[in-house]
Design a protein around this ligand. Structure first.
Ligand code: PGA
Length: 248
């Protein structure tokens, strides 16, 4: 683990009703444990403002799961970065592989979204990752480098977070092993440093089937500055166990 303060981020995806938020917040309020990492929950947009209220007084930031590249306009169903900020959000995930697959999002669009996030004062979490076919073809480093270069906002990178999420590890129960994660993260760090001096400040998260049982090993992997957790972040006890794997 480098000197960067780790980030333990939860992505609830299209899961969660008000009652789920309430029981999660109650469990977090009752939690006697601690974490050296910053905590973040990205609930569905319908719960964003309610989550900010529910976590009031707790050290848990709230973020969106996506934003539009424009600040406002005729884009039915989309959410703009300033709306997330106005609801009390401070982060937004952009370029998640499910958005890239379901909505055909390109690196150029992800870059525009990341720039919109920064303009609204949000911290973008830019997701990149290879498919199983790309890994098997030995293309992983080239794929993630191309996607990283294409998805990063221009200019200062100090407020940017990058999440390496191998597509084959998301929601599958398969996790990249520590050597695979270390290899990719070292490469991403090298690329970031070559782009801008502020690349050293970029937190590199790992995501893909992070669970209480593997979090400690992943968080101890070189150049891993936190985790992006899907399924396990829906269960407060699991999220707490993952956060605790980042020792106080
Ligand atoms: P998972 O999802 O933890 O359920 O694999 C991770 C993610 O998509 O961010």
């Amino acid at each position: 683990m480098s000197a960067l303060k780790p980030l333990i981020a939860g992505n609830w995806k299209m899961v969660g009703l008000p009652a789920d938020l309430k029981s999660f917040a109650d469990a977090m309020r009752a939690w006697s444990g601690g974490s050296r990492g910053g905590l973040l929950i990205c609930p569905p947009a319908t719960l964003l403002a309610a989550a900010v209220q529910a976590f009031d007084g707790l050290p848990i930031a709230v973020g969106g799961q996506d934003c539009h590249a424009k600040a406002s306009g005729a884009h039915t169903g989309d959410i703009a970065a300033p709306m997330i900020a106005a609801a009390g959000g401070t982060f937004v995930i952009v370029g998640h592989s499910e958005r890239r697959a379901d909505h055909g999002e390109t690196d150029a669009q992800v870059k525009a979204k990341a720039e919109a996030a920064l303009a609204a004062g949000l911290t973008p979490i830019i997701c990149i990752g290879e498919s199983l076919a790309q890994r098997q073809a030995g293309e992983t480093l080239a794929v993630v480098e191309t996607s990283l270069r294409g998805s990063l906002p221009s200019g200062d990178l100090a407020r940017v977070v990058v999440a390496y999420e191998p597509v084959w590890a998301i929601g599958t129960g398969l996790t990249a092993n520590a050597d695979q994660i270390a290899e990719v993260h070292a490469h991403l760090r090298k690329v970031l440093l070559s782009i801008d001096g502020t690349g050293a400040a970029v937190k590199l998260l790992y995501g893909g089937s992070v669970k209480p049982g593997n979090a400690a090993e992943i968080l101890a992997t070189p150049d891993v500055n936190g985790v992006l957790v899907g399924g396990a972040s829906l269960v407060a006890a699991d999220f707490q166990a993952i956060a605790s794997a980042c020792p106080v």
